[in-house]
Design a protein. Sequence first.
Length: 164
Amino acid sequence: MTLKKNTIEMPEYNEPKIIILHCAATPDHLDSKHSKIDFDVEDIRKWHINNNKWADVGYHYVIKRDGTIQMGRLETTVGSHVKGHNKGSLGICLIGTKEFTDAQFKSLDKLYIDLYIRHGIDSRDVYGHYEFADKECPNLDMNKMRLRFLNITKGLETSEGLNS
């Protein structure tokens, strides 16, 4: 009797060092062409599995228009969101295309704080998809976003000093 070696392929381990922001390229407004704007991680998962033939949703997090943060892939699993830059990165996708809600930005700030604390990801290590590919995604000025995150982390360091 010959025993066959287990052929289950384990996902490649991801050690997050950078964050890459994305937009879902979904409608920002309801109109005659679009009857839905409230997409979520399950919608994107279906698109990525059915259209791209990927194993799962490519992003690690999706932020809905109401600010709900949804988990995509595990942080420890390499994503599929920027060709050539998936290993060592976390992909965060904002539902919409160009007009994001205040709730989305508040949730993005909270998620960034969490990732900064847990993984030490500096504001200089937050990028937009367009910085790695010929795309407009996420349709945000990433220099302003990095400054936003820098100011958030400065506030954390200041309040940590007060509690010592």
